[in-house]
Design a protein around this ligand. Structure first.
Ligand SMILES: [Zn+2]
Length: 287
């Protein structure tokens, strides 16, 4: 039998001190390591029936550290899909002294647009996100605009009168990736493609600044061919467009059942047919 030594009182005291030290509160931010799967997925998966690929399921809440970057990525696709024409950066839209940062920002955006209208300029439709300036110098905004060109001088005048900082308006030359990266990088949505996708920024901080939302948009921003479309539907269409001719059909499942679905081609065919039938019936019900 191996000899078991009692730990010495000195060692025990040291261990206790170590444990206590780890409990001492600090004002340091909690490290925001992104979990490898959604903690709320409870082991469930999603199977893509045509390819047989299995993905971990997710809760889709933006409060979830795993799901937020994926949600932001979907939103980027939706924003890109409606083809905004210009970017407007406003150097300061809210300050530390403003009680609620996003409400103050929202109010100033409203004032900027009102001021433009008073100058006879149509502001168009906007989608914007707040980011913190370095060294507590307030919060700047990245806006994407659809509609007519706004001259810099008038935009600047409208911003100054609204109590906001200096704006810079630029035409979006490269539609696509560039737009999607712009403004939403704070949420970890820093590019297309799952492989290149990294969540390095503090998404929770970005969410807090923006009042729990990934972006703020005017009612007509998500419009396709003159029809206003719900942003979630725009996300779906954008992703379908990206998939192109690649057909997809997803089912939720337990891990165990996923294994049999993947191995059984006939079962997959049956499931695909039933999904397509349901989609068809839903379409008929809608029309
Ligand atoms: Zn989640």
């Amino acid at each position: 039998m191996p000899l078991v030594l009692e730990p010495s009182p000195t060692v025990l005291a040291e261990e206790a001190r170590g444990r206590l030290a780890s409990l001492v509160p600090t004002d340091q931010m909690e490290p925001t390591e992104r979990p490898e799967v959604c903690p709320k997925s409870r082991g469930r998966v999603v199977v893509e029936l045509y390819s047989g690929q299995v993905f971990p399921d997710r809760c889709r809440s933006s409060q979830c550290a795993f799901c937020l970057p994926l949600n932001a990525r979907r939103r980027c696709f939706a924003i890109t899909y409606v083809k905004p024409k210009r970017m407007i950066m406003i150097s300061v839209l809210a300050n530390e002294s403003d009680g609620s940062i996003h409400l103050a920002a929202r109010k100033r955006i409203g004032l900027v647009k009102r001021n433009l209208k008073r100058m006879g300029i149509a502001p168009g439709e906007w989608c914007w996100t707040l980011e913190q300036n370095p060294e507590e110098t307030g919060y700047h905004a990245h806006c994407l605009q659809r509609g007519r060109w706004i001259p810099q001088a008038e935009l600047q005048e409208a911003c100054v009168r609204a109590g906001a900082g200096i704006p810079y308006i630029n035409k979006i030359k490269q539609e696509g990736i560039w737009t999607s990266r712009y403004g939403l990088k704070g949420f970890g949505a820093n590019g297309y493609g799952l492989k290149g996708f990294r969540s390095t920024d503090d998404g929770r901080q970005a969410l807090r600044i923006n009042g729990g939302r990934m972006e703020h948009h005017s009612r007509g921003f998500f419009t396709l061919e003159g029809e206003r479309i719900h942003v979630r539907e725009v996300e779906r269409r954008a992703i379908a467009e990206m998939n192109g001719a690649t057909r997809t059909a997803y089912v939720g499942s337990t891990v165990d059942r996923a294994q049999s679905i993947v191995q059984d081609g006939q079962l997959r065919d049956t499931l695909i047919r039933s999904i397509n039938r349901r989609t068809w019936e839903n379409l008929r019900a809608m029309s």
